[in-house]
Design a binder for this molecule. Structure first.
Ligand code: AMP
Ligand code: MG
Length: 356
């Protein structure tokens, strides 16, 4: 036997053995409705029974969270909003308190471009409705009045478990962060159940932990049109990928698209961006940051990303140019090689918001 052949036999055995390992690690996939979107759970490395129990548990968790953080259906958040508007000092429901605290900090870091106190503006535009058919933009004066009132998270003072609000225009809407926080809690719960390799993916926004039988998870980045794929990236260990896009909730009026991400400075849907994808190590910050950077737009996204501690950003502007920082460019494989791309200066390592 030649040296080359003798060398090849153990090598081939190793490859086959690895292949065998993968076969014993099936990926268990399941899907249910949560936060109004389809949520996909992929689990690896446990038995089918364990995976099934975990999925049932998460489905229940998400149903509770959806109810707790709904700004328009009666529940703890609507009660909170009534008490904030009254200006009284009150004990905040536990399910709302943590999100309120985290939101205050992230809002501050984003110069209030992520501003969950804009619930009244969202309502004025009608984006809380189940159906956006026959919608039209609200009266300009009504928008101007709300912008003038300047509702923001600094209007809420938190003291222990109590809060008091000094601005009756504040109405909390956790639509830009609730899903992220929910996914973080879901991952925590999976880990408590002994699951360390999984993806929780809600409508394309996800957190992935561990690996897929030793391989990184392959993640598709949604195209800004809302369907199709812009590109791919790989994640392993523990990372979240979140996208905010103008395709998600919108309506056309006189040929112009009005979408659900409001620029709190103008009171109108944010201009200049089609979608933003960020990678971060937790889903709460990733969710809030994707919304904030969407509002910040092609001119200001780097400053806001730095302040929020975000290290990977991809932003598509309304001219279809893909803006990325160099670290993101290294990780993304775009489907269209002709895609116009603009690479920014590095974001640096001034991370300040690693954990929510
Ligand atoms: P997302 O899809 O995560 O970007 O969140 C968008 C949702 O958050 C909207 O449907 C509104 O309910 C709410 N929202 C809109 N504009 C803002 C904003 N500037 N800051 C925080 N929440 C917002
Ligand atoms: Mg968001």
């Amino acid at each position: 036997m030649s040296t080359a052949v003798r060398f090849l036999i153990p090598l081939l055995t190793a490859v086959l053995f690895l292949g065998g390992c993968e076969k014993t690690e099936p990926v268990y996939n399941s899907r249910f409705l949560a936060f109004g979107t389809l949520t996909d759970i992929s689990i690896v490395g446990v038995t089918r029974e364990q995976a099934e129990t975990a999925v049932e548990t998460l489905e229940e968790d998400f149903a509770i969270m959806h109810k707790a953080w709904h700004a328009w259906a009666p529940g703890p958040l609507t009660r909170t909003n009534n008490l904030l508007a009254e200006g009284v000092r009150f004990a905040v429901p536990p399910s709302v308190l943590t999100l309120m605290r985290i939101s205050k900090r992230l809002s501050h870091q984003s110069e209030h471009l992520f501003n969950p106190a804009v619930g009244k503006l969202v309502e004025l535009w009608g984006f809380q409705s189940d159906s956006l058919e026959d919608h039209r933009p609200p009266d300009a004066e009504a928008i101007a009045r709300l912008v003038e009132a300047n509702p923001n998270m600094d209007d809420i003072e938190i003291d222990g478990i109590h809060a008091q609000c000094s601005n009756p225009a504040v109405k909390l809407d956790f639509g830009a962060i609730g899903k992220g926080y929910g996914i973080d809690l879901a991952i925590e719960h999976l880990r408590e159940m002994g699951i360390n390799n999984a993806i929780v993916n809600s409508g394309g926004d996800l957190r992935a932990i561990g690996s897929r039988g030793g391989h990184p998870w392959r993640i598709a980045i949604r195209s800004p049109s809302g369907s199709g794929t812009l590109g791919f990236l790989y994640v392993s260990g523990d990372e979240s990928v979140f996208t905010s896009g103008n395709y998600e909730r919108n309506y056309l009026w006189k040929g112009k698209l009005y979408h659900h991400i409001i620029d709190p400075r103008s009171g109108y849907p944010a201009q200049g961006t089609r979608s933003v994808t960020v990678i971060h190590d937790n889903a709460t910050v990733a969710d809030a940051a994707a919304t904030a950077l969407f509002v910040a737009g092609p001119k200001d996204w780097r400053r806001i990303a730095r302040q929020m501690g975000i290290k990977y950003v991809l932003l598509i502007d309304t001219d279809n140019v893909v803006h990325m920082n160099p670290a993101m460019q290294k990780r993304v494989q775009l489907m269209n090689k002709e895609q116009p791309v603009k690479i920014s200066e590095p974001l640096g390592d001034q991370a300040t918001a690693k954990t929510p």
